[in-house]
Ligand binder design. Sequence first.
Ligand code: BMA
Length: 324
Amino acid sequence: METNHFMPWEDRPEGSKEIIWRYSNNPVIPRNLLPASNSIFNSAVVRYKGAYAGVFRCDDTNRRMRLHVGFSANGIDWEIRPKPLQFVCEDKEIGRWVYGYDPRVCLIEDRYYVTWCNGYHGPTIGMAWTTDFETFHQLENAYLPFNRNGVLFPRKINGRYAMLSRPSDNGHTPFGDIFYSESPDMEFWGRHRHVMSPAAFEDSAWQCTKIGAGPIPIETAEGWLLIYHGVLHSCNGFVYSFGSALLDLEQPWKVKFRSGPYLLSPQTHYECVGDVPNVCFPCASLHDEQTGRIAIYYGCADTVTGLAFGYIPEIIRFTKETSI
Ligand code: BMA
């Protein structure tokens, strides 16, 4: 059980009725925090040793997609290592670095597992674990290409590790459903189940082109709370927003509720203007069970990292009341 109250937090602005509100000092991570970073976004943050650690997507000034390790005392001010993360891998074929992006980090028992979109003849889900954020042991890729948005559950379900993913194509995929897979050992993934398709345009247009899991799902009495991104294909290109769903605790491929309205969509300058305009892309959250507080880290316009806050019980109520 979570007892640590120490997490980044800012109260809902006075007069606001928003379920999710933005940190007033967004973006928390600027694009040029590193000497050679073009952009830092779509990144993963976890509690670590009474403070915070993270794996960050840093695109460099060659526009190569790299992962970097970072540390923070308060979850707001980050020190990111300038040197890209290098995985230790027993298999040369798998360990050969091509590109990596959109990391998630999930604590399961005593290991922090990193999943990311890993270049191996196209994007697939790379896997690694660490206990100290120094040595990262790379495992086999979970799936065949093409796949993105591999998101682990924080405990075994029915005796097996569990992961959501989003089969895709080799480009800017114009489709995408969320699937569930199980593994006895973090190497062999199977028993694939369909979770969710994009919504019908008439019901919920922000999520009608493709969807993908965001932060690690949170276990609640009402089911797994999943924050996920959804995409609308407008006449100016893709628009990435995010919403919420509740998945069955023992059979997480069964969707109990799914929000019709988005929780957050690109509306501020730093979400609407950047290398890829109109993107809010959540990859991590911190929460506190006692107060119900949640802090969501999300990539903004593929350029910087933002932070938004809310209360889990309010998000659950919203998900149920607006469910499609
Ligand atoms: C997706 C991923 C994300 C990115 C988004 C918007 O396909 O590549 O990394 O944030 O597109 O460009």
